[in-house]
Design a protein around this ligand. Structure first.
Ligand SMILES: [Zn+2]
Ligand SMILES: [Zn+2]
Length: 407
């Protein structure tokens, strides 16, 4: 390996030095989770920590978001690092002694660890600002868990990716199903476009004893639900990932009344725009076709502004993988794409970058429950790896001479 200028800083050793602080911060956040767009105390903590590091801070970016700006002493690129901050509406049942103090709210997706790791990276980078090329932007984002209305878009609308324009953007997610200390990377599509839809079936109500005088929307809804699975089974190329789920059915009030209307709420997940477009059209066609067969009509609506597919830039991802491979005590694995959605996709539409994972599964410590479980528990020993990785990525991508090319 050529010892490029970036190799001079041992960010892992430095992350180990501040590990107690990273864990302490994480636990404070874990005890005080806040739901999407209500990250008031979290934002305050983030802003005051950044200010204490002499990092320029903008509050209220995209709602409760916080933007930090760290200028290096040397000219270089603008690198953005993102951490989402919101918790989930879950009653915590994890066996930790820093359990959530906010009833019914829990950091069950590990966004507390994201904030703590990024604050750790901010400290490391601020301590090396004399050697730092370019500018690092810290994007502390609200409301990632907020369906199609996540905080990335409002932050972008508030100018987070401009002035100075971001050249590269990176996001890290803790993953409880991956082994502790294992990084997961993937070039290309890594998370799905989650498109929410509603089918309103318009029938004609009447007496339960005389269905022939009605158009029963519940009966029609049953056919629509079954037929929609045919979009997956018979209309979409099976080598292209696609899933359709109807997660809510609403109709009726009483056993002997045939109602006028039934509604279905569902979601489709795709990993490429062509399949996405085709699937949306087919869902509409099938729902309308089945309804008209039985004399009913259908109104089909897809949520506007749903998250796009999260697409990692291949070249950038390869460089990130090379950086991660230099972190002792960790492993790097190429992962499969997931059909969950991620609004980090919005940032990736503005600049090349990559979204990567850090495993925190450790059966010996009881860290075996998946993200979004009420028993979700993180192996905190991995937080130093995450913080070091973010600092290394910002440090190396900021350098226009691109030492990450050196092997
Ligand atoms: Zn989540
Ligand atoms: Zn998450």
């Amino acid at each position: 390996m050529v010892r490029g200028p970036a190799a001079r800083v041992d960010f892992l050793a430095e992350a180990k030095r501040i590990e107690p602080e990273i864990i302490r911060t994480r636990r404070v956040l874990h005890q005080h989770p806040e739901l999407a767009y209500h990250e008031v105390e979290t934002s305050k903590l983030v802003a005051s920590r950044l200010e204490s590091l002499d990092i320029e801070v903008k509050r209220g970016v995209g709602g409760t978001g916080v933007l930090g700006l760290l200028k290096g002493a040397k000219t270089g690129r603008v690198v953005a690092l993102r951490a989402d901050m919101d918790g989930l509406p879950i009653q915590e049942a994890a066996d930790v002694d820093f359990r959530s103090k906010n009833d019914g709210t829990m950091h069950a997706c590990g966004h507390d660890t994201h904030v703590a790791m990024l604050l750790g990276a901010a400290r490391l980078l601020s301590e090396h600002r004399k050697e730092l090329y370019g500018t690092v932007k810290f994007l502390f984002q609200p409301a990632e868990e907020h369906g199609g209305r996540g905080g990335a878009m409002p932050m972008i609308k508030d100018g987070a990716m401009k002035d100075p324009k971001v050249d590269f953007v990176f996001g890290l997610h803790i993953e409880a199903t991956r082994r502790s200390g294992e990084f997961g990377v993937r070039e290309g599509a890594i998370a799905a476009a989650p498109d929410t839809f509603k089918v309103k079936i318009l029938g004609r109500g009447g007496h339960g004893s005389a269905p022939h005088e009605t158009i029963d929307p519940i009966y029609v809804a049953a056919h629509v639900i079954l037929a929609l699975q045919g979009v997956s089974a018979r209309m979409i190329d099976p080598v292209r990932p696609f899933v359709i789920t109807v997660g809510a059915v609403h109709s009726g009030t009483k056993e002997n009344i045939i109602p006028d209307i039934a509604t279905l709420d569902g979601t489709i997940r795709t990993l490429d725009e062509a399949t996405r477009k085709l699937a949306k059209k087919k869902v509409g066609d099938v729902a309308k076709g089945v309804c008209s067969t039985f004399g009913a009509s259908a109104e089909v609506e897809f949520e506007k502004d749903a998250y796009p597919v999260t697409v990692n830039d291949p070249e950038t991802t390869e460089k990130v993988a090379a950086i991660l491979r230099r972190i002792p005590g960790t492993r790097v694995k190429r992962v499969e794409a997931m059909l969950g959605g991620e609004d980090f996709s919005r940032f990736l539409q503005k600049a090349p970058g990559t979204f990567y994972f850090l495993g925190s599964r450790n059966p010996e410590k009881g860290c075996v429950y998946p993200n979004h479980s009420s028993k979700f528990k993180v192996d905190e020993d991995v937080l130093k790896f995450g913080a070091a990785s973010l600092a290394m990525i910002a440090f190396e991508f900021g350098n226009p001479r691109d030492p990450s090319q050196e092997r």
